[in-house]
Design a binder for this molecule. Structure first.
Ligand SMILES: Cc1ncc(COP(=O)(O)O)c(C=O)c1O
Length: 477
């Protein structure tokens, strides 16, 4: 059953909904636009019951007619379904195909991922040659095939963290790994520390474990070390989930002294550290900068080939000490029974000669980073655009808190782009937008054309910020 959203929580997510738009739409249309965006980007799950109109109107300090009008409009568009006697529920029009027929064709900037590594097809052919010898077995392998675990361990050793194959558990991508660990070590009555902004799916996984989330701020300039260490000491979370290289969405990279202080504070507080290193190999300007987090203190590491080889392989892993590996192997079968063998073989082939794979990916990211940073600077002179040194996204700061409006206009113009609040909890980050650096030049330029048009539409409707500025700066200093 989809998660119920309370009126108070929805009001937080709707912060700034009243701001006028270019079409000078009536209030009910602006409210409907914002709820639609929440459904489209996943912050409101499909099938979720919406708050009663009277209650939402009271919380929004608006008339009931406005809320009724918004719900009716959403129903006409197919985003809300009324069920007799039980209220209004979110839905997607056209049986879940969110692309409306009258919309221009869309560029999708919601996922920051590249097409496959050029060597992937040849590696698949080699993997097929290795495949027959596995067919005599059952194919169920909770740990992952030995060849891949050895190749992953060798890569950690190369990066300066000696590792044995026995420390590796192959998973179905890094997201599977983090969900598994959060279920194992989170849970009701516990706290999980996450970064804010952060990777939305990790928030969802942490919440699904039943744990409560506590946050620590990150900006393009990095972590607030004092806040991070204090939160660990005072909240004593069961788990701390961090992305030290390179943080999604800001691209920040954790300095060595903080790695040491953080892992030490976590060990003292009894907090298990999970470092999601999905993008750790995406150092754009220089090769490896820091050792993996577990070289500085106790940490479970997550890795993936999703951002270096291809997301479609769905292969990731956990690196942990042998006691944790045994716990993980006991917990895993409740949810899944292993990673597909052929995909593991493909990754093994590519990992054995990883340098060209990484070099190719870095070249692509560097070209796109340079283009995106230059174009954003030229087209949006009032924005602050950091020159990220790694990762797959640029976290640009707008000069006014209108990210949701921008995403709505962009969607109407044919560009799906997640608004800043998608990466925060409780509606923060209306002053930010995440731009991927994973697309080819032509697509990037077309997307930025659409973003620029959308920005001018937003500016035309709100020459002066017309609402309270959310207190998000305090989170991202
Ligand atoms: C930080 C982070 N973790 C995990 C993932 C998902 O990785 P995978 O495709 O291996 O599940 C992503 C994808 O963008 C990511 O950015």
């Amino acid at each position: 059953m989809a998660q119920r959203i309370g009126a108070r929580q929805l009001v937080t997510l709707l912060d700034g909904w009243r701001a006028p738009d270019t079409q000078h739409s009536p209030a009910y249309r602006r409210l409907a636009d914002r709820i639609k965006l929440l459904v489209l980007d996943g912050r409101l799950s499909v099938g979720a019951p919406l708050p009663a109109e009277r209650e939402l109107a009271a919380r929004l300090e608006t008339s009931r007619t406005t809320v009724t009008g918004a719900y009716n409009h959403l129903r006409d568009l197919g985003y809300v379904q009324r069920r007799q006697g039980s209220g209004s529920f979110t839905r997607l029009p056209h049986g879940g195909d969110a692309e409306l027929p009258d919309r221009p064709s869309q560029i999708d900037f919601t996922s920051a991922a590249t097409p496959a590594s050029p060597g992937l097809h040849a590696a698949t052919q080699q993997a097929l040659d290795m495949f027959p010898e596995y067919l005599a077995g059952t194919g169920y392998d909770l740990r992952g095939i030995p060849e891949l675990r050895e190749a992953v361990a060798a890569r950690y050793t190369d990066r300066g963290l000696p590792t044995a194959a026995g420390n590796i558990v192959v998973t179905v991508g890094a997201q599977h790994a983090s969900g598994l660990l959060m279920r194992m070590f989170g849970g009701p009555g516990r706290h999980i520390l996450v970064e804010s902004p952060g990777f939305p799916q990790s928030f969802d996984a942490a919440r699904m474990s039943g744990a409560r989330l506590v946050t620590t701020p990150v900006s393009a300039d990095g972590w607030d070390a004092e806040d991070l260490l204090r939160t660990i000491r005072t909240a004593k979370p069961a788990l701390a989930y961090v992305m030290p290289d390179f943080h999604n969405p800001t691209g920040a990279c954790m300095p060595a002294d903080l790695r040491t202080a953080f892992t030490r504070a976590a060990a003292d507080a009894g907090t298990i550290v999970i470092a999601d290193e999905t993008t750790a190999e995406l150092a754009i300007d220089e090769r490896q900068q820091f050792l993996p987090l577990a070289a500085y203190g106790p940490a479970i590491l997550l890795g993936s080939v999703g951002k270096t080889m291809w997301g479609g392989l769905r292969v990731g892993w956990i690196r942990a000490d042998s006691a944790r590996v045994s716990q993980i192997l006991q917990a895993r079968p409740a949810a899944d029974l292993g990673t597909p063998i052929l995909e593991q073989l493909i990754c093994t082939v590519l990992l054995r000669d990883y340098r060209p794979v990484l070099d190719d990916m870095r070249l692509r990211l560097r070209a796109s980073r340079d283009l995106v940073v230059a174009e954003l600077g030229r087209r949006f002179p009032s924005w602050t655009v950091p020159r990220v040194r790694g990762g797959h996204t640029v976290w640009a700061r707008l000069d006014r808190p209108v990210s949701s409006q921008l995403a709505i206009r962009a969607l109407e113009n044919g560009l799906r782009i997640p608004p800043g609040p998608r990466f925060g909890l409780d509606g923060a980050f209306e002053r930010f937008v995440r731009v991927p650096i994973t697309f080819d030049t032509d697509t990037t330029l077309r997307a930025l054309d659409l973003l620029e048009t959308s920005w001018h539409q937003v500016l035309g409707s709100s020459a002066a910020p017309c609402r309270k500025v959310p207190d998000d700066e305090s989170l991202v200093i």
